[in-house]
Design a protein. Sequence first.
Length: 408
Amino acid sequence: MSASKHGDGMALAENEPRPDLLAIFNEQFPRGRGAIVMARAPGRVNLIGEHTDYNEGFVLPVAVDREVYVLGQRRPDDRVVVHSANFNRRASFELDALGLATRQSWINYPQGVADALQRAGHHLPGMNLVLWGNVPLGAGMSSSAAVEIACMLVFERLAGIELAPRDDALLAQRAENGFVGVQTGIMDQFISRLGVAGHALLIDCRSLDYRAVPMALPDMVLGVVHSGVPRGLASSEYNDRRRECAEGVELLKEYLPDIRALRDVSPAEFALVEGRLPDTIRRRCRHVISEDARVGEAVEALGVGDTTRLGELFAASQASMRDDYAITVPEIDTLVELARAHGAVAARMTGGGFGGCTVNLVPEGNWERFERGIMADYPARTNRQPTIYRCRAVDGASLVPVGSSLSS
Ligand code: GLA
C-alpha cells in the first residue's frame, strides 16, 4: 500500500508503454526450460464504501486499466527467482524456508503468496518470474493486491492447481495480512480478481456475494488523482482504526447483544445509543455505519445515472472520512475541493487514507478544464505535484496467452 513498502521509494514509469515482457524474460532466464505462463491483474479505485470491508460491510470498487503482469516458468529446484522489470532488480527465496518477510521489500508479495498457498496445503515448484506493472505505487490504487493476484494465477498454473476466484482473493488477502503485515480487508484482492469491464462490483464483505453494477454514466470520465502525499503512517494508523472498530462493537454489544460487526448496526439503531460511547469510538463507528448506508444509496444512484445524488454521497463520504474517521490529510481535502471547483460532479478520497488518491466523476466536456485546473491550482496551494489518471473499468485478473498481443 505505501510506497515505502515496496522499498527504495522508486516510482513506476506510469505512462510508459508496456515493454516486451517475453523478451525480458528470455534475456533474464536464458537457460529456462518449459512453458512460460503469463497473467495480468488490475489495480482498483473504490467508488464508495471506505473502511467498511473489515467491518463485514459493503464496498463498490472498480478494476481499472492500470495493471500488473507476471511471467513465470518452472525451474528444477526449490528456488523462486524474481526479476522486477520496473526496478531492474533481482531477488529470490527458497520455498522450503520462507521465513520472516524482509521488511519493506517488493519481494514480500510473491513470497507472501507462495507462503499462503503452501500453508493451504498446495505444493509449489521452483520458479523463475518476471514482474512488471503500471499501477502507481503508494497511490492507494492497490498495486500490492494486483501483484499478489497476478502471482497467484501464475503459481497455480505452474503448480497444476486451480482455485475458485474467491479463494484466490482470500489467499491473497492472507498473504497481505500474514506475510506483509497490514491487516487489510478483502476488497482490493477481490476486485483485482473478480472485476467486470464497464462495471463496478458491489461486494458484501461478509458473505462474499457480489453483483456487477453497470457504470451507466454516459459521457462521464472516471478520473483518479494522486495527491503526491506519501502514505508513511498508513499501516499503523490502518491497524489502529481496525482496533477502534472492534472496540466499538464490544461496547455496542451491551445495548445490541446480537451484533457481530458494525455492519449489523443500522443508522437508526446507532442514533439511539451512540451517546453512550466515548467520543473517538463513537465517531469511528458513525463513519462505518453511515458509509455502509451510502454504498446502498450509491448503487441506486448509479443504476439510474443520478450523478447529482452521487455527488452528494461522495461529499458526505469525504466529510465522514475527514471528520469522523480522521483518515484524510489537508492535501486530499484541498484536492477534493479543487476537483469540484474545476468541473467534477463527484469527488472524494479513495482507498486506505493518509494520502493517496481521490476518485472523481468528470463530465467529458469538463475534462480538459479539470486537468488544467488541478495541474495549476493544486501545486500552488499545497506545494505538491498531482498525477491525473483517466481510467477505464476493466475485467479482473486473467491468464494471458504468451506471445499474444499484450494490448488488452
Ligand atoms: C485499503 C485496504 C482495503 C480497505 C481500504 C479502505 O485499501 O487494503 O481492504 O480497507 O483500505 O476502504
